[in-house]
Design a protein around this ligand. Structure first.
Ligand SMILES: [Mn+2]
Length: 340
């Protein structure tokens, strides 16, 4: 079963919308990952072949160098949503973005009435803010959903698109490790591997593009771990002053620290807390037990979002101490009894 009920229900309407459109906008969410960039560029390659004029904007954040080998990466327009003329587009495909602040954190967005907005997403926390919302959290990556969607439409996936979708699936599933990976994910990946047999070259380039700053940050992060809630929540706490003292740029803080913390037996929730700019705290959370400890609920309570097993929160105008205390209080309130 390559398709899904959501695709069967909403796919045909979306195809009509795409057929009727001429100029399509795609964006990357803040701190874009492989699924965000893979899904945007994959759809760009696909829709371009369908005769559409497609623009991908980078959104709020700088582009991560480790994904620079994806075909089409150089065509990403270095602008956020407020720096472009939205009325120049007739369709905005909003992918991998559970809420409007995943289009931009920089302010409220007003869409012109002529712009059709469609969410294509797999976040269980998706707020349904598009005019059409094709949201299916059964897919572990938007790129996985897109492959099923394109197959259901009978649309050919070209080599460049296949490479982009493959990287999105690979990265958002932790290399086919995470919950949510099904036989369908492998079927879709197998199809992509047939179309783009050279996909491992991009994976190699991705895995071997580390900067030394990343390791300086990790050294700092792993020497700043505190535990809470009966010792079962481990939080790595790195302040802006710490980053500055070691000349660590913000991009270097994207390491998988929270993922490694939750790999420790006894640390049921792993969190990295980074003060990226004065008073601005970014939390990334992972858990060993997403069934008992649903991180998307914790994140939602604090204005963030995500999945059961992996979620994020961004807090402004606060201190690292206050922000961590707030998070610990919410975890204690929601899951204190589970963790004691
Ligand atoms: Mn995703």
């Amino acid at each position: 079963m390559i398709s899904s009920d959501v695709i069967k229900e909403k796919g045909p309407e979306l195809l009509e919308i795409i057929k009727a459109s001429k100029k399509v906008l795609l964006h990357l969410h803040p701190r874009p990952d492989g699924d965000s960039i893979g899904s945007a560029l994959g759809m760009k390659h696909t829709l371009t072949e369908m005769g559409k004029e497609v623009t991908v904007i980078k959104g709020d954040s700088p582009l991560p160098a480790y994904l620079s080998h994806l075909p089409g990466f150089d065509t990403i327009v270095q602008k956020n949503i407020f720096e472009i003329d939205l009325s120049a587009f007739d369709l905005f495909l909003i992918q991998d973005s559970g809420s409007m602040d995943q289009i931009s954190n920089l302010g409220p967005i007003i869409f012109p009435p002529t712009l059709k907005t469609v969410c294509i997403d797999h976040h269980v926390s998706n707020t349904g803010y598009g005019q059409l919302n094709l949201v299916d959290s059964a897919f572990p990556a938007v790129c996985d959903l897109l492959v099923s969607l394109l197959v259901s439409w009978g649309i050919t996936i070209n080599t460049n698109a296949a490479l982009c979708f493959m990287i999105g699936i690979f990265t958002d599933t932790g290399g086919f490790r995470y919950r949510g990976v099904t036989s369908r994910t492998f079927s879709n990946a197998a199809l992509l591997a047939e179309i783009a047999p050279d996909f491992s070259k991009i994976l190699f380039a991705m895995d071997n593009s580390n900067t030394k700053e990343k390791f300086v940050y990790e050294g700092l992060a792993f020497s700043s771990i505190h535990t809470y809630v009966n010792g079962r929540v481990a939080i790595s706490e790195v302040s802006y002053a710490d980053l500055q003292a070691k000349n660590i740029p913000r991009e270097a803080t994207k390491a998988e620290v929270s993922n490694l913390l939750k790999s420790v037996v006894g640390w049921d929730i792993g969190v990295s807390a980074v003060e990226e700019a004065p008073g601005e705290i970014k939390f990334s959370m992972r858990t060993r037990d997403p069934e008992k400890l649903d991180l998307s609920v914790i994140a939602l309570e604090l204005g963030g979002g995500g999945h059961k097993g992996a979620a994020g929160i961004f807090m402004k105008d606060t201190t690292l101490r206050e922000a961590v205390d707030k998070l610990v209080a919410v975890i204690t309130k929601l899951y204190g009894p589970v963790l004691l």
